[in-house]
Write a protein that binds this ligand. Sequence first.
Ligand SMILES: [Cu+2]
Length: 160
Amino acid sequence: MNWMKMVMVLGLTVVLTGCGQAESPEPVEPELDLVTSITITGNDRMEFDITEFAVPAGAEITLLFDNIGVMPKEAMGHNLAILDKDMDPNTFAAAAIRHPGNEYIPPEYEDQVIATTKILGPGEEEVLIFTAPSEVGDYPYVCSFPGHTPAGMKGIMKVR
Ligand SMILES: [Cu+2]
């Protein structure tokens, strides 16, 4: 093998290696479309129909929350409270139990609430209009009616 062939072989090796690296699949989370308007429902099984959505940082967001259940508010009321990204949903919900008179929003964590509806009874809905945080991140939202967050009535608002 003369030096010219050697250079070609090495060159080909580099090209092939380069291709292999380019094709190796990186685990990429499918990106959600960014929305500025969304409707979320809550039901008698303590479920939000949407548990993940994404909004543009700093945008004005219109969120309609609709309690589509039929059970009485005292037994199966729902709210939708969007929390700051560092607020732990379970800590928030545990504190909320003591505050039925404040729509189950704990005053000690009120500064951690980006937006919240009142507790809604069956068939009731409320529109929230709020400014999405300017800081990119994952912001939890919960229903803070007693027992509902631990039962899974929570989600993530992704700010992108
Ligand atoms: Cu609820």
